[in-house]
Design a protein around this ligand. Sequence first.
Ligand SMILES: C[S@@+](CC[C@H](N)C(=O)[O-])C[C@H]1O[C@@H](n2cnc3c(N)ncnc32)[C@H](O)[C@@H]1O
Length: 280
Amino acid sequence: MHVHNNQKAAAASTATTAADPGTDSVRQQIEALGPWFHNLHLPGGVQTLPKHFLGGDFPNFKWQEIKPFVPEDLSGWRVLDVGCNAGFYSFELARRGASVLGIDVDAHYLAQARWAAGQLGMESQVEFREMQVYDLARSGETFDLVWFMGVFYHLRYPLLALDLLAERTRRIMMFQTLTMPGDSVYTDTADCNIDDRTPLLESGWPRMAFIEHRLANDPTNWWAPNHAGVEAMLRSSGLRIEARPGHEIYLCVPDAQAQGARAIYGSQYESATGVIRGGG
Ligand SMILES: C[S@@+](CC[C@H](N)C(=O)[O-])C[C@H]1O[C@@H](n2cnc3c(N)ncnc32)[C@H](O)[C@@H]1O
């Protein structure tokens, strides 16, 4: 993510003149660890980024939409939080009883997450690891719940990541991506005549816009699929959409009937990752 500079002013707003010396010290640590992207609510009513540039209490307002769709009791569940950032979702899922692995490429955000775990007394339930999503190809671990929010469109190789995460999802994947406007779905996509490719121009044809330079001044935003494209990619990776908890958010489950595409892409996956999976 490329938001550090954009957030400096907002992060500075976390410093106030609270009277409690303990709280003051926490606020100073928050400022030293900034800039922040997640507004975490810490003990003593302290927040890490109360005036978020995305508006409101982010990502808590998204969590409020999603949480009715997540089992209240996640005891015994192993959860993977991809691109965990400062750990907002990792902590919420751990509060429901899950054992959580949060991964991120950015050491800056992981330092925030580890510090916050200490503040929240949640170090035994949540582990944070610095790694690329693609590194998971070399791990055999699977997860009951894969939380894949806010990362897909930041990836240069998004389908490689989606394929390997789908294979590691035992029960649920919560998927979110930046999208193009529009909800239409053109269903007649089984084949397309090479001499008449006009169906590809239909508004509901699955597609993904490539962002060569910037979107929202962020050069790490590479892709913006449309809704039909999200549906098609999730299906093609062996997932079935069960619910849409919010805008651009998809709750998926593994679909044993939808493994067909793996036979077609399998050798590319293995060549790209160097990992032979076997079993097809
Ligand atoms: C837009 S933030 C989303 C944070 C959080 N998942 C959420 O939904 O609020 C994207 C996060 O993904 C991380 N990230 C980007 N590319 C990644 C990659 N290839 N592997 C792992 N994490 C990545 C970034 O460092 C950043 O923390």
